[in-house]
Design a protein around this ligand. Structure first.
Ligand SMILES: Nc1ncnc2c1ncn2[C@@H]1O[C@H](COP(=O)(O)OP(=O)(O)OP(=O)(O)O)[C@@H](O)[C@H]1O
Length: 179
């Protein structure tokens, strides 16, 4: 029985919205993790921002940022991302659900993030994450793990998937607590 649910789909399919809705449904449980959202300037995307589940924000990437890791037009602040990750108690055994949005090319530049993902998936604590659909290499290896349930979201199925995924996550959590 897998304790890990990965949500994939094309850019803009609705992955972040869906994982947020799932997390919000378990507001009475102990959740840790983060979302990634766009930074807009006059309607144009100029970067990405991390938002922890307890509401702290940090820039992940921006256009024109000098970095050893660039993805498209964006330079990733790998050091800042790693400091942010260090402040999130992913391995707290009291946690009911780990939420990671997303396992993507920008995030994958961070060695610490790769460790956080592997430890989260290896741990008995249930984990839900969004993951890039086309990325290869180490990200493809995560998608292909046989201890994850991989679900593809589209504009057509994103609303009907929500109740099914909620039931799946609820079951993962009750298995973990033995309840
Ligand atoms: N169920 C939904 N109903 C209506 N609009 C939605 C729904 N899900 C997502 N959207 C809208 O679609 C857009 C893309 O959604 P979202 O950011 O969740 O997609 P994503 O797959 O995470 O994108 P990316 O690949 O860029 O991270 C947003 O404007 C969002 O408000």
């Amino acid at each position: 029985m897998t304790q890990n649910l990965l949500i994939t789909g094309r850019p803009g399919a609705g992955k972040t919205t869906l994982i947020r809705r799932i997390a919000e449904s378990f507001g009475d449980r102990r959740l840790v993790g983060f979302y990634t959202q766009e930074i807009l300037s006059e309607g144009t995307r100029v970067g990405f921002e991390l938002v922890s589940l307890d509401g702290r924000r940090r820039v992940l990437a921006r256009t024109g940022m000098q970095s050893t890791c660039t993805v498209g037009r964006y330079g990733v602040d790998v050091e800042g991302f790693e400091a942010f990750l260090a402040s999130v108690p992913f391995s707290d055994p009291e946690v009911d659900l780990i939420v990671i949005d997303e396992i993507g090319k920008m995030e994958w530049c961070s060695e610490r993030f790769r460790r956080v993902v592997r430890e989260a998936l290896d741990s008995p604590t249930p984990c839900i994450a969004t993951i890039a659909m086309k990325a290869g290499g180490g990200i493809a290896a995560i998608r292909d793990r046989n201890d994850v349930a991989l679900v593809e979201i589209t504009r057509q199925n994103r609303n009907t998937m929500l109740p099914r995924l909620l039931a799946e996550v609820r079951e993962m959590m009750s298995r973990a607590t033995g309840a």
